[in-house]
Design a protein around this ligand. Structure first.
Ligand code: FPP
Length: 259
């Protein structure tokens, strides 16, 4: 599903950058580098995550202000379950605290919270708060904040295949009629368009099992900044890099120019 980007006149950045930039409709972020941030300061890893939560707040507020319609944050992967139990426990506690404290901010800013992933694997406290915040914000349409928690891209594709497989077994779908659209609409959040921009922090250049199907045509911007240091200004810089990219979706430049 190709998403449309929208050109909006917004004040983006203060360092002599032009005020007009193209705001992507859907921004996805791999928030990496919390552990390194903590290690540099001789702090426990969970301190990095705690400071990362501050960047989450400022990025959500700024994305909303700029008119980003969907913001997807990779908060916890299926692979992250393999981390030491004290780190996993610390992250779960942090999710609880964040979900409790941020509800008012979401309501004030017209932000709808949505979760994607294998939610049933999460501790009951996290699951209940996710569901409560989803319920309380479901009428809001300023921006969708999508938290990918206990999320794996391959996992998502497998559950989509199971859905389609069941429909075939029930005689509702002919395997020959399967289309890309059918696969897209069997994913966790079928109404959400594919990301236009993927930002990954801390200089890592991997996709790491994030939105494998949906990122097919996303522009990828990698920044060396560690996630707890990801400021609004760095977010603006990433948006300017995106605005300077030439998206052709497999077509030639002449086709795009209509020549
Ligand atoms: C990756 O950094 C980050 C995570 C596994 C967790 C992301 C979680 C947060 C930013 C906490 C707050 C989030 C919400 C939604 C409240 P890493 O630990 O892999 O860093 P490293 O590569 O430097 O070790």
């Amino acid at each position: 599903m190709e998403s449309e980007t929208v050109a909006v006149k917004v004040k983006v950045g203060s360092e002599g950058r032009p005020a007009l930039t193209v705001i992507p409709k859907h921004v996805a972020i791999i928030m990496d580098g919390n552990g390194r941030w903590a290690k540099k300061r001789f702090l426990p890893r969970v301190e990095g995550h705690r400071n990362g939560a501050k960047s989450v707040r400022s990025t959500v507020e700024e994305a909303r202000r700029l008119g980003v319609r969907y913001l997807t944050l990779f908060a916890f992967s299926t692979e992250n379950w393999r981390r030491p139990s004290d780190e996993v426990g610390g992250l779960m506690q942090l999710f609880v605290r964040h979900l409790e404290s941020e509800l008012d901010v979401l309501l004030k800013n017209g932000v709808r919270l949505r979760a994607m992933g294998d939610i049933d694997r999460l501790p009951e406290g996290v699951r209940d708060l996710l569901k409560r915040n989803e319920e309380k914000t479901k009428h809001l349409d300023g921006m969708d904040l999508i938290l990918a928690v206990s999320y794996g891209g391959r996992d998502e594709v497998v559950q989509a295949m199971k859905k389609i497989g069941r429909a075939i077994k029930a005689g509702e779908v002919d395997p020959e009629s399967i289309t890309e659209e059918m696969v897209s609409s069997s994913l966790y959040l079928p109404d959400v368009p594919d990301p236009d921009l993927l930002i990954r922090t801390s200089d890592e250049t991997r996709i790491s099992n994030f939105l494998l199907w949906q990122l097919a045509y996303a522009e990828i911007v990698v920044t060396s900044v560690l996630w707890p240091d990801f400021t609004t200004d760095e977010f603006h810089r990433c948006l300017h890099v995106f605005a300077g990219r030439n998206r052709r979706f497999g077509r030639t430049q002449e086709q795009i120019d209509g020549k």
